[in-house]
Ligand binder design. Sequence first.
Ligand SMILES: [Mn+2]
Length: 421
Amino acid sequence: MKNIIAAENEARLADLQVDYDMLGEQLDRRGIDIAAIKDRAKAFGVAVPSWGTGTGGTRFARFPGEGEPRNIFDKLDDCGVIHRLTDATPKVSLHIPWDKADPAAMKAKADEYGLGFDAMNSNTFQDQADQALSYKFGSLSHNDAATRQQAVDHNIECIEIGQTLGSTALTVWIGDGSNFPGQTHMARQFDRYMESMQAIYAALPDDWQIFSEHKMYEPAFYSTVVQDWGTSLMIAQELGDKAKCLVDLGHHAPNVNIEMIVSRLIRAGKLGGFHFNDSKYGDDDLDSGTIEPYRLFLVWNELVDAESPDLNLAHMIDQSHNVTDPIESLMISAMEIQRAYVQASIVERGVLTGYQADNDALMASATLRRAFRTDVEPILQMARFEAGAAIDPVATYRASGYRAQVASVRPKVSGAGGGIV
Ligand SMILES: [Mn+2]
C-alpha cells in the first residue's frame, strides 16, 4: 500500500501545490492562516463503526458485496486501510456481540494499524442464538425483571470488554417501545428503563462515560422509550456526570433543527458525541454529506464555536452501505465530515458576531455561507499528503486492488433476512 500511495500522490502533487497556494492567498485576504487550518485538519479524527465495513441492507433484503469481512479481524483490516488512506479515522467503534472475540487478539490487530477503540455499542434490540430471554417486547424497559437484568448484564459485559481494549465509553441505544396505543404504560416503562440504566451506570469505571442515544421511531412504530433529545437529556441529567447524550443525525423528525439541539446540549454540558450519517426521509443511514452537506456544516459550526477543553466529544460514523463498497463509502464520509469541520473552522467569527450585534441578518447569513462555499479540498489533500496518506484515497484504493485481494480469501456471505446494521 505504501508504494501505491507514493506513486498515486506523485502524480497529483504538482497540481495540489498550485491549488493549495491559491487557496492560501484567498484565505490570507480574509486574515486566515491556511497552515493553521491544515493543522486542524490533520488533528481531526472520526471513528469508523466496525459494522459499517460490511454491506448493510434494509428490512427487505441484503445484497452481499465482494470480499466482505467475515469477523472482527477482517473488519479491523478494512478499518486499517481506511485510516491508512485518509489519516482521518484513528478509532473503531465496536458492536457487541457482533464483534465478540479474544480482546488481546483484537488489540494486537488494531495496534498493527495504529487504531484505537472508541465507544462500545451494546445490542439488546435483537435476540442472539444462545440467549435465555427474548427482547421481543423490550430489553432494559421490559415488564419482566429477569429480562431487564439480562439486558443490564449484557451492557456491563460490554463495559468489561471495552476496558480491556482501552475504550472509555458505552453507547446505549434500545429498540424498546410499543406498536399500539395502550400496549404499554409509558410512564412505568420509562421508570423501568431508568432503573436499568442506573444499574449500568453504577458499574461504569471512573474514567468512563455512558451515552444515551435517542431515536424517534423504528423498530417500535407507535412509541419509543428514548424517542428524542428531551428524553435523552432527562436521562443524562438523572443518571449523573458520567452520562451524556449522543446525537445520531438520522434520528430526528424531518426538518428538525439539529444544530440547535447541539447548541442546547452543549449549554447543558450534556453533549457526548455523534453518530454521523445523512438522511432524506428518516433513519436512512446514508453516507455523510451526500444529502444535506449544509446541515452538516451548520452542526460543525456550533461545535467549532463552542470549542473548549471541556467539550471532548466522541465522533463516530453510523451508516449502512447497501450499494457501494463500504470502504469507499467510509473514506468519503470521513472526508466529508472532516470537510465540514474545516469549513466551520474558516467562519470569520468576529465578523459574524458583529453582524449579529447589528441585526444584519443578511450579512450574518452570508458570512456563514462564505465559509461553506469555500472549496477547502486542497487543505484536506495537503493534510493527508503530509501525513503519508493519499491525496485521492478512493483512486488510490482502487489502484491497490485491495477488494479483489480480500475477495479471493473471504467467501461471499448471502444475506439471510433483513440486513439491519
Ligand atoms: Mn446511531
